[in-house]
Design a protein around this ligand. Sequence first.
Ligand SMILES: *Cc1c(COP(=O)(O)O)cnc(C)c1O
Length: 399
Amino acid sequence: MPGFEIFGAEERKQVSDVLESGVLMRYGFDGMRNGHWKAKEFEKAFAERMQSQYCQLVSSGTSALTTALAAAGIGAGDEVIMPTFTFVASFESIMMLGAVPVLVDIDDTLTLDPKAVEAAITPNTRCVMPVHMCGSMANLKALKALCNNHKLILLEDACQALGGTYEGKPLGSIGDLGCFSFDFVKTITCGEGGGIITNNEQYAVKLDQFQDHGHDHVGNDRGAESHPYLGYNFRISELHAAVGLAQLDKLDGILKTQKRNYSIIREALSTIEGVTFRRVPEGGEENYSFLNFFLPTEDLAKKVHKALGEAGVDACFYWYTNNWHYIKGWNHLKELKSMGRLPSEIRARMQDLKTADFSKSDAWMSRTISSLIKIGWSEVEVQERATIMKETIEKVLSS
Ligand SMILES: *Cc1c(COP(=O)(O)O)cnc(C)c1O
C-alpha cells in the first residue's frame, strides 16, 4: 500500500517548485508564488480521478472526517454509526464535534454489517460511516438504501481503499461524502494530509470554510474576508500538497503492482484447505493493498500469525489483539478517558462499550490475518513470500 516506497525525482521536483517560490501556504501571496498553486492543482486532479465534482484537501485523514461531518451539519448529540473494526480516527473525529459514536458489528466483509446498522438506527442517528478497511468496501448498495429510507448521511471512510471501486465507481464517490488519508503509510502520501470528495455544492462550500477558520474565500484580500461560520485550521500546506501531486500521478502504477503482488499470494494461499478469504461485496473491486484471510479458529490464527513472523514473513497483521484498530484494544474509549470534560451529550448517550456484545465481530476478527501488499517487491520476491506463507500455514494447520 505505501506510496513512500517509490519516492523519486517527481516528488523532489514538485517540492522544489514550492521551495523556490518560498510560498508554503496554499492561500494568498499571489505575486510571489511563480504561478504555483499545488493544493488547488491537487484538488482539481483528485476530484477528476475520483469522478467527483469537488475535492477539499486538509491536513490529515482524521481532520478530513471531522471536516466532512461538520460540513454535513453534524454536531452535539447526533449519532454516527461506525464499525468495531477501524482506526481510532473514526471515533475521534465524531467525538471532536460532540457527536456520539455508535459502534456496531462487522461481517465477513470486515466492514459494517448492514443488518447491524439498521438495528442501531434511532431518532438521533444522522450519519452512517462505513470504513473500507484494508482495501475493500462495505455493502454500499444496502447501506445507501438504508440511508435513503431513514434520511441519513452516508460518509465513506476510504482512507485505506484509495483506487478500489464499487459498481464501476471509485470508492469514496458513492456516499454523500468520501474521505481519504495521505499519511505516510497510505496508498499515496503527502507526508501528512487528507482529502474529502463530494458532489454536493453546499457541502463543498462548507468544507472549504470549515478547514480554514470559517473563511469564505471571497475576494483576494484574506484579511478582509468574512466568516459565515465558526471553523478551524485543518489546512494542508503547499509542501505537502506538492508531494501528493507527484504521488497521484503514480496511483495507477501502484494499483497495478498491488494487484499483481496480491494475486500471486492469493493464488498460493487459495490451495490451502482451511484458508478462506474476506468477502468482497458483489460489484466491488479491492485496491489490493492487503490480502485478508481467515483461519478456521482463533487459536489457529494466533499460531499462524506467530509462525509467519518466525519464518521472516513481515507485515502480517493480527488486528484482533492490536491496540489501534479493533474495539478490544480501545480501553481509553471504553472508559471515556478524555483529558478534559467530555460534552454532556456524549457522557449521557455513549453506549456502554465495556459490556456491549460484539461477539459477531469477534468471530471474524479473531480469525483474520492481513498481509500488507508492498509495491517494492519484485515478482521473484513475491513468489518466494507466497511459497513461505503457504508452507508455514500448512505446517501449522497439519500439526
Ligand atoms: C489512516 C486512517 C485514518 C486517519 O488518517 P490520518 O491521515 O492518519 O489522520 C482514518 N481512517 C482510516 C481507516 C485510516 O486508515
